[in-house]
Design a protein around this ligand. Structure first.
Ligand SMILES: *[C@@H]1O[C@H](CO)[C@@H](O)[C@H](O)[C@H]1NC(C)=O
Ligand SMILES: *[C@@H]1O[C@H](CO)[C@@H](O)[C@H](O)[C@H]1NC(C)=O
Length: 427
């Protein structure tokens, strides 16, 4: 057992309803479409948990009428020695560890498994599986970004297993006779007297100020939306049961060789073939790093919408409507969230002052294979011929010259500002 376990104070983060929009809300979302800094920036985040131990913010994604349910993004930030209390959700999560270390405990095939996660790891928690998250980084803040797949959601979010007045355990809803029968233990379970260490189970109210007799009580105590107790000996699971067990592994993005790499950056796309749990999650994951001024060439995602988060640096994101008009050209910086509907052409450009790293989720577990429109290996190059030239009303040779001027593919070098842009489409 590590030292921190023995001495840690557990801070209980309480989530109110970090989830999914029900029918009505969804319509509102569609009405909000547009406005702000850009049509495809998701600027409104909702704080669903805020305590001294940390916070959870949710940025809601968009749904189209009749389309698949939207994906939301959760931003989880936890102080050292904090615990996100046991709960299950009506949405499935893919956690990405942005900073710090975490231990995720969850029920897998009826048994508790614990997974230690480090920076760069992704890990899936299915809807309906009870889980907790502990910050195990010594003196370190834990930051995670999570996809929230609402396709199975009823719009409630979290269901808490343990808790008192806030959150209230789902067990508290049963009547006392039922509880006495279920626990084979009468009355004390439902006196509303608060939890007494490990002897009694508090289901109806945790208002007892003596609850959690820990020495650090004053440190966090007081707020109604948080609670703490002396750590109940956070033993690793192996010690609890002796049988080491297999559980789904995590997948580390930073240890993977990029799928594409050149002098101007690299990109990684992870799908179900790389990490099987994504298959059930209906999501893919990507990570891109552009050097200063570099551009991810104009491209489309033929199979999925994409939700991106700028992890570091700054730049811009351009999205184009199907009718060929500009839908958004927005400056973005660390922490900004953008989304791009399936089929919509778009590109990202790093600012000239430094590299830009962005991470995100796609709404399909199939490996996202973007189709590049311009550059070597692009649709324009592959389809070069009289058909294309006819449609551009250009001579084929002229068009070929234009399309082949760009020798790089996928991630393109900055265009020198000093040079005048040639008139590409006039002959
Ligand atoms: C991204 O690229 C820059 C160089 O352009 C580099 O300094 C930085 O460490 C890279 N980020 C990651 C996460 O590899
Ligand atoms: C293109 O489509 C968008 C979205 O449907 C619309 O707002 C815009 O006015 C259209 N522009 C043109 C030039 O037709």
């Amino acid at each position: 057992m590590t030292a921190w376990c023995a001495t840690a104070l557990l801070m209980l983060l309480i989530a109110a309803n970090p989830a999914a929009p029900a029918g009505n809300e969804r319509r509102e979302e569609e009405e909000e479409f547009g406005g702000g800094r850009g049509l495809f920036l998701l600027e409104k985040s909702k704080q669903v948990v805020k305590t001294e131990a940390g916070e959870v913010k949710v940025v809601k994604g968009f749904g189209w009428k009749g389309g698949p349910s939207p994906m939301h993004l959760g931003f989880i930030s936890m102080e050292p020695n904090s615990l996100y209390v046991p709960q299950y959700m009506d949405s499935s999560l893919i956690l990405f560890v942005r900073r710090g270390e975490a231990k995720v405990g969850w029920i897998y095939k009826d048994r508790l498994v614990e997974k230690q996660l480090k920076i760069g790891d992704i890990y899936r928690i299915p809807a309906g599986s009870t889980f907790y998250i502990a910050n195990t980084g010594r003196g370190q803040r834990l930051q995670m970004i999570s996809s929230i797949d609402t396709s199975e959601s009823l719009g409630y979010g979290s269901f808490f297993i343990s808790g008192g007045s806030n959150p209230t355990s789902v067990l508290a809803g049963f009547d006392s006779h039922t509880l006495a029968t279920a626990f084979n233990r009468p009355h004390r379970l439902h006196q509303g007297r608060g939890l007494r260490a490990r002897e009694e189970v508090n289901l109806h109210d945790a208002g007892d100020p003596n609850w959690g007799r820990g020495k650090g009580k004053q440190r966090w105590g007081g707020g109604k939306n948080m609670r703490m107790a002396e750590a109940p000996e956070l033993r690793p699971v192996e010690e609890r049961t002796r049988t080491p067990r297999r559980c789904p592994h995590a997948y580390n993005l930073y240890q993977r060789t990029p799928d594409f790499k050149n002098d101007y950056g690299w990109s990684i796309a992870v799908g179900e073939d790389d990490y099987a749990p994504l298959k059930h999650a209906r999501a893919g994951v990507f990570l891109v790093n552009l050097t200063a001024g570099a551009m991810m060439a104009p491209h489309i995602n033929p199979t999925a919408a994409e939700y991106g988060v700028v992890l570091s640096g700054a730049g811009s994101v351009q999205v184009v409507f199907p009718n060929g008009s500009l839908a958004m050209n927005a400056e973005v910086a660390e922490g900004d969230v953008f989304w791009v509907p399936r089929y919509f052409p778009f590109c990202q450009v790093a600012s000239r002052s430094g590299s830009m790293e962005f991470f995100g989720f796609t709404t399909s577990a199939r490996k996202n294979r973007p189709q590049f429109l311009v550059g070597a290996g692009s649709v324009l190059r592959a389809m070069m011929g009289p058909e294309l030239a006819a449609a551009f009303a250009a001579g084929e040779d002229h068009l070929r010259k234009i399309a082949e001027a760009q020798g790089e593919s996928t991630i393109l070098p900055p265009w020198p500002r000093s040079e005048r842009s040639p008139e590409l489409w006039s002959q």
